[in-house]
Design a protein. Sequence first.
Length: 465
Amino acid sequence: MITVKTTQDQMEAKLTIKEEEDFPSYEEIKRELNDNMIKYGIKEGKLEQIIEKEKSVENEIIAKGKEPVPGKDSELVWHIEQRDAEGPKIDESGKADFKYVKEFPEVEEGKELVSKLPATEGKPGKNVRGEKVEPPEPKEVELPQGKNTKVSEDGLNLTADKKGYVYIKNGKVNIIRDLRISGDVDYSTGNIKHDGKIIIEGDVLSGFRVESEESIIVKGNVEAADIYAHTGDVKVECGILGKDRAKILAGGNLECGFIQDATVKVKGDVLVDHYSINSNVHAGGKVELLKNEGTVRGGKVISEEKIDVLQAGSKKGIKTILGIDLTQPDAAEEELTDIIAEKENLTDQLSLLDKKIEFLELLKERVEKLSQQKKEELHNYYEEKEKVQENLSEIQETKENLIAKNRSTRPDRAIFIQDKLYSNVLFNFGEREYFNDAYHKNVMVYNSLDEIVIEDIEEEVKEHE
């Protein structure tokens, strides 16, 4: 008994022969194969061995088809780094730093970002029935086109459609100017370094760094982190909880809800909605805390222009320092410096003339008669002394007038406390200091060239507001 079966895919034919007294001949087996439409890939050598042995066989592969040759799938060739595929940065000791800096490279318009190698067709095969077997279709991969990118007409290249920074999100390549972080800056993002504006929807957690050539906006809080906007502003919509480790640096202004236990240094203004507590703040412009509590308590706040707050210090007398940086003197200060230098020069001249006159007067007492030359010298010295004394009087009067004028005009660089000033607050103007040990309301503190003045400004404050 001869049985022929094929596999489901028709790629193999299997022969079964039950042992009988009359073993089938080659022609009989071939006839059975032909009746089952087995036409291709018959193993003639195997068939001859079976006939020669005349022994039964079961599911012996007697024919085998030709497998199709698959083609190649299309592939992407990246001309930029796939940043979202990076793992942690490994240092020389082998330690993984999960806060590695994510940089976003700048590209020019037309920059080739990703290319695609097209798929190639495979070669067909044949089953045991002689039928053509097609190879599987090669897989096509799409170019990862995102925002501000362009696919070429032949579909093989992805280029930048504008100048900007490469940002890969959800497998898509985007060209952006502003970088938006949808959540917190934490281990999922690493440190952020970007040349354009950075917008962070969440918080910046402790130990991380955010750096931009332009502005940085944080819609949550900044913890013990570093924020550095080289030329732009920093805006923290909630506040800075620095834990004595936060550092905020900006080439522009800082706006925030509050500052606590942090170091702040900006070239522009510092504008705070609530309070500054135990923080070191230095502003190249003005410092304002005129909303809500408007309090500076503890730490040091220095401005190169003006400090304007509602309250300074605290009922418990926590030491607080407010100051105006006078490294850049104003016109009056420069004029006073010149006057003082001139006065010192005239004083030195007067001292020298007094010594010369004293010598000649002593000489006059010890000799019978001064020579005509010595008499003329003594006369000239007295005349010169008189002129120097007149100049000194004029200089002193100029100095007094300058100081009086400075006191009579509202100073450009001053510290305004528009509500409560508590004790143990130190005011600093360059090298001059004034320690306040009493409670005041509505005062301004300023440098009056020769001293630091604290005075009531209730009326002035109304005008100021």
